[in-house]
Each structure stands twice: as C-alpha cells, then as structure tokens.
Ligand binder design. Structure first.
Ligand SMILES: Nc1nc2c(ncn2[C@@H]2O[C@H](COP(=O)(O)OP(=O)(O)OP(=O)(O)O)[C@@H](O)[C@H]2O)c(=O)[nH]1
Ligand SMILES: [Mg+2]
Length: 476
C-alpha cells in the first residue's frame, strides 16, 4: 500500500498545560472546526454521564471534568494531517504527559489568561525541554475576568526562562474580548458573536482602531496602541533567522509575509523563540488560528533530527531518518488495557510495519509477531494494515512489549526510554492476557505502569449527605 499522506504533511502534536487551562475544550473545537465532529461538547455538560467530550471519555473523566489519561485524535487542516494528543494537566498524571512528549514532534502549550504560568505549566514545559519539543504558546481564556495577555507573556519569560514572541495581540479582554490582531499580516480578526459558527471579519490595522472597535479599558487600549511596536519586535526577532532578509530590511525592504512565516517556522523549530497566540476556546475565538500556526510553525516528522541507534552495549552505531525507506524502528510509549485487549501504543520512527510481520523487541531481545494494528481516535479503534514512519498507532495484544521498549527490524536498536514509575501495588483484577497469565510479574503491574491506586475516605455527613465517599487518586 502506498503512503497516503506525505511525511511533510503530518504534524504530531501534544496539547499540554496546567490543569483546567482549556486543553480538552480546545481539542473539542479542533475536531469541530476540522469537520471531524458535528457538535461541541463542553466539559461541564458531561457530569451526568449522558454525553462526553471526544477525548475525556472515561467515566471518571466525565464525572470529574478532568482529563486523566492522554487520548489521541487526528484531523485534517489545510491539507495537513494533524495527530493531536490531549494530555492531562493534573500533577498526578504527569507521567502521561511525559510519555506523550517522548514521541511527539511539537506541542501547543495552553495558558490560562488569568492565572498565566502555573506549576504544571512549568513542569510540562521542562519535560518538553528534556525532549527538545518545539512549542507554540496559546493564551486561552481571554474572555475571563482578570485575563491579561501581557502578564502571561511576562510570566513565560520570567518563570519559564523562555523567549515568547507575540504573533497576535488581543482585541479587548473579558466580556469585551473581540478577537486578535495578526501581527504577521497586520490585520485585525474580529468576531461579532461567541457562536461556534460565527465568522470573523478581517479589518486592516489603522490608527484609532481601539475607538472604532469600542475598546475602552485602558490596558486593552494600551496593547492596541502599541501594535506597531509589537510588529517591529516580531519582524526584528524573525529576521535573526534569515541573514539575507535582515540585510534587505536594513537597506529599507520590509520582509514579505512569506519570509516572516518562514523565519517563524525556523525559529520555532530551533527553539530560538516560542510564538504566542491568544484566544478563547470556550467562546470559539482563535482556535482556527491555532490550527494555522500548527501547520505553519510546528515540525513535520521530517523536520526532527534523525534518531541515534546504539548497539546492545549502548555504543552509537548510526542513525535513522524518518523515512519509509529506512529499516523499521519504533518506540512503545504506552500500554493500556482496553475493551479491545492490551493496546501497545507505538511511534514509528522509520520504515513500514505491516500486519503479520515479525519484529525484534530490541530492549528485551524477544521476537514479537504483529497481529491486529489500529489507529486510535480517542476510544474508537480503526483497523489498519500497516503503519509508516511518523505514525502513532496501537498494536493489539503484544506478548513481550512494555512501555519504553523499542522494536526494530532487522538491526538491534535501542533508544532512551521514558522513565515511568514502577508500580508498587497490584489490584485484584484477574489476568486478561496470555502474557499476564504466563508472567511471574503480577498482571496489572505488568500492563499498567504506573498503577492508579484509589483511597476511599468517608466524608462528614453535614457537608455532602448524599455522597457516601470521595475518592482521591495518587500514583504509586
Ligand atoms: N471562560 C472560559 N472558560 C474556559 C475556556 N476554555 C476552557 N474553559 C473552561 O475551563 C474548564 C476546564 O477546561 P478543560 O478543557 O477541561 O481544561 P483542561 O486543560 O483540559 O483540564 P485537564 O485536562 O483536567 O487538565 C472548563 O469548565 C471549561 O469550560 C475559555 O476560553 N474561557
Ligand atoms: Mg483535559
């Protein structure tokens, strides 16, 4: 079977943030605006379990309105296939973010426009640093009372030690958040309603724009009054990436939109800076622009440097580029037990894996026969016959492979696995797989790393008489 989506047209990205920044809300809109689904479900509408967002489909996720496990979905935007992993923001599930970042090519870091950089924003940022993942920043919740784009920019600079580069500035804030100025094209994008299907008007940036758009709050006006200064900073910073364009600029020729975008892409991929966008996912403003930025600035699998190959003793023996023509290599980054059986999620780094093939688990020195292969769309499994370089797929009922193992054909290859805490306790569930029955390791300790242990504590009657107990979950 031939490749259907060219490698250069794939974006494997994660959405990462502190808890409640709006990752799942943004993912829902991504699926809606790309046409993958026809309705938007909001987090607070899922508590009665009658409905759920696409990525928070577990019962506990629906009830609590939080993401517990990362979920993969995919969609097409401007001809590019965007594979998105919606990750949890809660500190207890950091391992889920770690595992995802290990195999993703880029990330959108969502910030709450009111709280700015929060503890898990920092933890997840550092994890992305560890794996050199290029990042965009998205200042969400600009509609909330107390939202401040400039404060968030300052916090990104000071707390994360990053170099944020505004590619948009907000038009208004809180109840009067109307849209944003695109600093690349110098156009104002203005929405006249919060409706999910509302279109934005494109208005050229002119003097007195704040008055025309009815922006009265002094801090909101100050940002708009400084629009030329923001544009100049964007152009100056971008041109550090292109000597010829910088020379032309110094001689009086302003760079074109295409040149600025090319520089933004280069700067993002090399980690020289992080483009910053703003919006309100909940009020349906700015998500399509985030998708544009993912396509324009985040890497395709071919933009990421080749992976190093090592022999069994850890000595470098070469490298593999992300290409179908190279020998097969992949990393298993997550194993879950699902209604479909044990699902081992792999990221294919090179080559092609076909159903029925045998591969070598180079971490354990075991051979593994590939049976069913599926592409996951949140909880739905779509059967596939092959997986190619750059793909993230799940293999059903593997016998020998665990989180962090690498699989290859035919040369031994190992890659650095992502560290996950070893489980220290097991539950009483019975083994469901051939492996778990055969293995000397307790079944869940083998298939779930880490184990989620729940402690039930009775709650005082006067507080919530109808509730018998509450649960707090910790990783062990
Ligand atoms: N006002 C406002 N609320 C928002 C916005 N985006 C998300 N929310 C709300 O914030 C809450 C949390 O949203 P989620 O999308 O679940 O946040 P999350 O980052 O996925 O949270 P975790 O996965 O649990 O870390 C929900 O009540 C959303 O409705 C926004 O742009 N504006
Ligand atoms: Mg979520």
């Amino acid at each position: 079977m031939a490749r259907t989506t060219p490698l250069a047209d794939i974006r494997n990205i994660g959405i990462i943030a502190h808890v409640d920044a709006g990752k799942t809300t943004t993912t829902e809109r991504i699926l809606y605006y790309t046409g993958r689904k026809h309705t938007i479900i909001d987090i607070h509408d899922t508590k009665d379990l009658k409905t759920s967002t696409t990525t928070d489909y577990l019962e506990q996720e629906q009830k609590r309105g939080i993401t517990i496990q990362s979920a993969a979905v995919s969609a097409f935007w401007r001809g590019k296939k965007i594979n998105v992993i919606d990750t949890p923001g809660h500190v207890d599930f950091t391992i889920e973010v770690n595992r995802s970042l290990r195999v993703l090519d880029g990330a959108v870091v969502v910030f709450d426009g009111v709280a700015g950089v929060e503890p898990q924003s920092e933890t997840n940022w550092r994890l992305a640093d560890n794996y050199n993942v290029p990042r965009l920043c998205y200042v969400n919740k600009m509609d909330r009372s107390g939202a401040s784009f400039t404060r968030c920019m300052d916090m990104i600079k000071k707390r994360l030690g990053a170099r944020p580069l505004a590619v948009q500035i907000p038009i208004g804030s809180e109840d009067n958040f109307k849209g944003m100025v695109d600093l690349v094209t110098m156009e104002a994008l203005v929405w006249d309603s919060d409706d999910k299907d509302a279109q934005w008007q494109v208005i050229p940036v002119t003097e007195g724009m704040a008055d025309k758009l009815g922006i009265t709050v002094p801090s909101d006006r100050a940002i708009l009054d400084a629009v030329q200064a923001y544009h100049t900073e964007l152009v100056d910073t971008c041109l550090e990436m292109d000597d010829a364009a910088m020379e032309a600029y110094l001689e009086g020729t302003a760079p074109s939109v295409e040149v600025i975008r090319a520089c933004l892409r280069k700067g993002t991929l090399t980690g020289a800076f992080n483009p910053v966008l703003c919006g309100s996912s909940y009020k349906n403003k700015g998500v399509q622009q985030v998708l544009d930025a993912v396509v324009d600035y985040l890497p395709a699998p071919t933009d990421v440097s080749a992976i190093n190959t090592v022999d069994a003793d850890g000595n470098p023996i070469g490298e593999r580029n992300c290409s179908d023509e190279e020998p097969f290599s992949a990393l298993a980054f997550k194993v879950i037990n699902d209604v479909y059986g044990a699902l081992t999620f792999i990221r294919v780094y090179s080559g092609v894996l076909t159903r029925g093939a045998s591969v070598q688990n180079s971490t354990r020195g075991k051979r593994e026969k590939i049976g069913r292969m599926v592409e996951m769309f949140a909880k739905e499994a779509i059967a596939i016959e092959e997986a190619r370089a750059g793909d993230i797929v799940a293999l059903v009922s593997l016998a020998e492979t665990d989180t962090g193992d690498s699989a290859i054909r035919p040369i031994p290859w190992c890659s650095s696995a992502c560290a996950s805490p070893r489980p220290s306790s097991v539950s009483r569930s019975s083994p469901r797989t051939r492996v778990s029955k055969r293995s000397s390791t307790p079944p869940l300790a083998r298939w779930f790393a880490p184990i989620l242990r729940c402690i039930w504590k009775p709650i005082a009657k006067p507080v919530r008489p109808s509730c018998a107990a509450w649960v707090s979950c910790i990783w062990t």
